[in-house]
Ligand binder design. Structure first.
Ligand code: SF4
Length: 455
């Protein structure tokens, strides 16, 4: 059987703000995971439109497309193209789960929720020539005893971070703006692999660097404690995401550091307790953000702080306050978002009830555009403030100021290299991507992330 797996490009890839490096970081791991359920003698092609030109001239037996909100239009166009040729098309992903009626107009089959449970069932039906229109993931889902991810389908040289992995699905929390609850409806919304399986997967990955793409790596503290113990001595450096309280409480963050953690994505989101409560982001309530940042800095762990603009108590000062806080607390890189009510979330429902949704153009649901009526700001002020924050946080002056918060000179230098390298050397990244030289930058990243501590 011939199978084609496609990740269409997100809308950002067509926007003037498109940064090719941002979309050349991680391979499409979800599709490579589903490919592991195919037969060894199936002919499988995996294409990622962010790093290669899609070849749509073929006629495989099955096309499977991963749909996010901002690639939905392109995904549907590709799906329609193949269906017109008589090819069977299956769609899955976050957006399909949020809006199944919309997606099913462009598909022979759709997958709702995570597809590790349903894709093998579909394959059996497909081979018997009786596939269903819809497969819904249920409460029995698991990622234990999965076949090895088909990493052979990934064009490693096209990605800066080919060694990405995900050891869990979902997250134990329930923020009302997050896609998660809609995607995992009807079953567990947080579950993990076993430690021995994770260590085996890590062993399969060449080199030193790893990137855990889990929403919250420390979501199961007991499991990751064992994992970090198992990773000691593996000589890895890794990057991941976790919540503020998981940094503050206990010694898990030190254990992670000892296992190789060198940069952490942290969802600070807002400094306002009202905003946190309204967003059901209770895990951040009354947490000491400054101490969390300090704890990471003291360990030598770089911080990618995530912040949301446009929550209901945000006013015109929120942009400067947030940028200043990031600089004063030595945040290495900041990711700013305009609040985006994704369909299927509690936030979308609430905004709809309040008649505040002003656009259903999914291409604009990219956290760079205002698609709802904000309260304390106009839509224009919000968009302008968002761009202002990015520009200001990433001035050389502020990068330098934030780097100088570190005690050790090597930490300061690496902060400069990491933040500057990420935002200030776009032409170099573009050159490397076009020349096929991205893989030569991985050792540089590993060096920047390497341990500099003398403490
Ligand atoms: S902590 Fe992050 S992943 Fe978890 S529900 Fe909140 S936003 Fe989503």
């Amino acid at each position: 059987m011939k199978v084609k797996l496609i990740l269409p490009s997100l809308t950002e890839a067509k926007s003037p703000f498109f940064r090719p490096i941002k979309y050349s970081l991680f391979p499409p791991l979800g599709l490579a995971t589903l490919a592991s359920y195919l037969d060894p003698d199936d002919e499988v092609v995996l294409q990622d439109a962010h790093v290669e030109k899609l070849d749509l001239s073929d006629t495989p037996d099955l096309v499977l497309i991963q749909v996010y909100i901002t690639n939905a239009k392109r995904a549907y166009t590709i799906a329609d193209h193949y269906r017109q040729k008589g090819v069977f098309v299956a769609l899955g992903g976050l957006h399909v789960t949020s809006l199944p009626e919309e997606a099913s107009q462009h598909a022979d089959t759709i997958f709702l929720g995570p597809a590790e449970q349903t894709f093998p069932l579909f394959l059996e039906d497909f081979k018997r020539k009786s596939p269903k229109k819809r497969y819904q993931s249920t409460t029995d889902r698991t990622i234990i005893n999965q076949p090895p991810i088909r990493r052979d389908l990934i064009k490693r040289s096209k990605y800066l971070v080919p060694n990405s992995l995900v050891i869990s699905r979902g997250c134990p929390h329930h923020c009302n703006f997050c896609y998660k609850d809609a995607f995992f409806k009807g079953g567990r919304s947080f579950y993990t692999q076993r430690v021995d399986e994770i260590l085996t997967e890590i062993d399969r990955l060449p080199g030193k660097h790893l990137y855990f793409l889990d929403d919250h790596l420390f979501g199961d503290p007991k499991l990751v404690r064992e994992l970090f113990e198992g990773m000691r001595g593996m000589n890895r450096v890794f990057q991941a995401a976790a919540t503020v309280p998981s940094i503050l409480h206990g010694d898990l963050i030190e254990k992670a550091y000892e296992a190789g953690l060198r940069s952490l994505f942290v969802g600070f989101e807002t400094f306002s307790q009202e905003n946190l409560k309204a967003s059901n982001k209770n895990q951040n309530l009354k947490q000491n953000y400054e101490y969390a940042a300090q704890r990471l800095r003291d360990l030598g762990v770089k911080i990618n702080g995530s912040f949301i603009f446009g929550l209901d108590t945000d006013d015109k000062d929120v942009f400067k306050r947030t940028v200043d806080w990031g600089v004063q607390n030595g945040i290495t890189t900041a990711t700013y978002h305009i609040l985006t009510p994704y369909p299927g979330t509690g936030l979308y429902e609430q905004m709809q009830k309040e008649k505040r949704i002003i656009s259903n153009d999914w291409d604009l649901y990219d956290t760079r555009h205002v698609v709802y009526q904000p309260k304390g700001l106009s839509a224009k002020e919000l968009e302008e403030g968002y761009h202002w924050a990015y520009e200001n946080f990433y001035t050389w002056q502020n990068i330098y100021k934030a780097s100088s918060i570190h005690n050790e000179l090597p930490d300061q230098f690496k902060h400069l290299l990491y933040a500057g390298g990420w935002k200030k050397f776009e032409p170099l990244w573009n050159f490397l991507i076009n020349a096929g030289g991205l893989k030569s930058m991985l050792p540089v990243l590993e060096t920047i992330l390497a341990d500099v501590k003398t403490k």
